[in-house]
Design a protein around this ligand. Sequence first.
Ligand code: SF4
Ligand code: SF4
Length: 194
Amino acid sequence: MAYAIKKPGRTVADQSYVVEAVKGLGVTFKRFFQNTIGPAENRKTATIRYPEESRDYPERFRGVHRLTHRADGSPRCVACLCCSTACPAQCIYIEPAEYEADDPRHGYERYPRVFVIDELRCIFCGFCVEACPCDAIRMDTGTHVPASWKREHFIFDKETLMSIPGKDGTYVTANPRHEPGDPTHPGLDREKAH
Ligand code: SF4
Ligand code: SF4
């Protein structure tokens, strides 16, 4: 047997929606004036006036890349290609080269003649930093890639990457391995190798 469903009683004001619309607009305008021309201490905004203001990034924030230096200012990178191999976005391009014949690193390790990162293509996963055996690439800059209208401004070459300091202002990192020429270094012929 069918039942007749009783409709809820609504006033003309309810059915016109005008009163509720005016109430909603009242809240909107109250917040608008409170957060624009009202005293600063009464403002309740979830947003900030970026870029004039910015929030603190977390300690482990992965920012724009930098290539670290040796004490003599040369790149710590040995152009092993581990980072470009690990990069899932394939946005790292490296051309390795040999050091000069009179350099103790000649014949032992290489340097990046060209080192380019397409920061627009990067997904900031940090795999390149994890893959590097020399602590030569870091994302501890504490800042992100600057905005730009041009795509080419996001192609960071070796000089650009080496010009960016860490958030502590330093460029040089300690080599977790032996440097060629160190007394503890096994040398090219491995005579001192264990
Ligand atoms: S952070 Fe990830 S995507 Fe970006 S360059 Fe490194 S490995 Fe590639
Ligand atoms: S940055 Fe590190 S992983 Fe990448 S090529 Fe240089 S030494 Fe190898």
